[in-house]
Structure formats: structure tokens, C-alpha cells
Design a protein around this ligand. Structure first.
Ligand code: 13P
Length: 251
């Protein structure tokens, strides 16, 4: 069975005191089938190593494609790993739209992550305009090809996150049908790139996940977990989401 994840992307929110309360309150949840991951702002990655996370792990919201050197403001994969991080998000839509990150650049970041034993979570997804123009499949395929083609054959672990940009922070979740349709499409593109890759790769859904829609989304066998923004900042909401996902897997 593919591994299941529930990731909280804190974005540019929370200070160490509130974050510690959150992770330590949730440490007791201990889901059986789900790996919980926290993505804090980079400067307090090292704090998470000191706190009681239970079985949860953590990672960076972004890393540099470069190993080290004169790259002011960047964070290296090596440092994230040295501070206890095990994962990195890559290509979140906010990085793509606000900071001009391209799919081609992400290929180098995936290599940097692998080199320092971080498991990359590559985020992909279409904008509202692209969805309305019915170009979402084409956009997603291009994102996958541009980031992954140069890495084939892929033998290291990689996680994908489908986050339709129009569903991020808007309260507008993709319907279960829309999410499953795209997840299956992603699997077919991965299989075209490399036989079997679509079946072995965990694909998460993100975009306005909340305690009310988690059960329906995460009971789908094609959806291997979630990447949660706003609701991951609230202890009770994130606890419910983790528990609902874990119960779906148990059922
Ligand atoms: P929201 O859950 O706030 O919509 O954010 C989703 C997201 O961007 C997670 O990376």
C-alpha cells in the first residue's frame, strides 16, 4: 500500500510558542496509518527537533537548489536535514506565482533534496483561468514533465501534491470527483513517464481541506492524504482531519 500523509503547511504563520502548543497537543493523537508532517517557517525548524512531536515529522516549505555559498536569504537542504527536517515542499503555487519559481527550476531542487535525504513533496495544480479554459490536464502534464523528465528513471522517493490554485485559501474545495479525476490523470502521466511510477507515488490533495470535507476526500483510494493550510493552524481542526483520515484507512 502507498504511504499516507497528513501535512500541515503553516506558511508564514505561527510563532514558536503557539507552534509548540499545537504540535505537543497533537503529539498524543498518534495515528496508526498516517504520517503527520509539519512545515514551519524556516527559522524555527530547529525548535521542532526539541519539542515532543510524538510520531510526527517536519520539513521545510522550500529549499535552495544550491548546496551552499553566496545565496542570501536561501535555505539549504543540508541545513534542513541537519536541523532534523525530513521533508521539503517544492513548487507550492505561492512560490510559483509570488516568487516566480518555474517547473524547470524545481528539477534542481528535487535533486538537492534527494542529495541530503529530504523527501520532496512536489506541488502542482492549475489556476482558475486554466480550469475554466479546460486546460487543467495540459497544465498539470506540463508541470510534471518539466520537473521530472530530466530525472528519469526515478528510483528515490517522491511525493506529489495536487493543489488547484483556485481552491487554496478560498474555501472552495475541489469536489471529490474533480480531485479523484486529476489524481488518476497524474498517475497515468507518471506511468507514461516510467512504468509503475503512478502506482507507487503517494499523491496528496490540498486546497481548503477542513474538518467537514476531510472524510469524503480521504476515503478515496486515489487520494493518499492531504496538504492542509489554514485548518492545520487550529489544533481541534487538524486533530479531526488527522483522525478522520486515519479512520478511513482503518475501515
Ligand atoms: P488552505 O488549506 O488554506 O486552502 O491552503 C492549502 C495549501 O496551500 C497547503 O499547502
Amino acid at each position: 500500500m502507498r504511504k499516507k500523509y497528513m501535512a500541515g503547511n503553516w506558511k508564514m504563520n505561527l510563532l514558536p510558542s503557539t507552534a509548540q502548543d499545537l504540535v505537543e497537543s497533537l503529539a498524543v493523537v498518534a495515528p496508526k496509518h498516517t504520517q503527520v508532517i509539519y512545515f514551519p517557517q524556516a527559522p524555527f525548524l530547529g525548535c521542532l527537533q526539541q519539542w515532543n512531536l510524538g510520531k510526527a515529522q517536519f520539513g521545510a516549505q522550500n529549499i535552495s537548489s544550491q548546496s551552499s555559498g553566496a545565496f542570501t536569504g536561501e535555505t539549504s537542504a543540508e541545513l534542513v536535514r541537519a536541523l532534523g527536517g525530513q521533508f521539503t515542499l517544492l513548487g507550492h503555487s505561492e512560490r510559483r506565482t509570488l516568487f516566480g519559481e518555474t517547473s524547470a527550476q524545481l528539477q534542481d531542487k528535487i535533486v538537492a533534496a534527494w542529495k541530503h535525504q529530504l523527501l520532496p513533496i512536489l506541488c502542482i495544480g492549475e489556476t482558475l483561468e486554466e480550469r475554466e479554459d479546460e486546460r487543467h490536464f495540459e497544465v498539470i502534464k506540463n508541470q510534471l514533465m518539466e520537473s521530472l523528465h530530466g530525472l528519469l528513471p526515478i528510483s528515490a522517493d517522491l511525493i506529489l501534491a495536487y493543489e488547484p490554485v483556485w481552491a487554496i485559501g478560498t474555501g472552495k474545495t475541489a469536489s471529490v470527483e474533480q480531485a479523484v479525476e486529476v489524481h488518476r490523470f497524474i498517475r497515468s502521466v507518471l506511468n507514461e513517464m516510467q512504468v509503475g511510477l503512478g502506482e507507487t507515488t503517494s499523491i496528496l490533495y490540498g486546497g481548503s481541506v477542513n474538518a467537514g470535507n476531510a472524510k469524503e476526500l480521504f476515503s478515496q483510494s486515489d487520494i493518499d492524504g492531504g496538504l492542509v493550510g489554514g485548518a492545520s493552524l487550529k489544533i481541534e481542526d487538524f486533530r479531526t482531519i488527522i483522525q478522520l483520515q486515519d479512520e478511513c484507512l482503518h475501515a
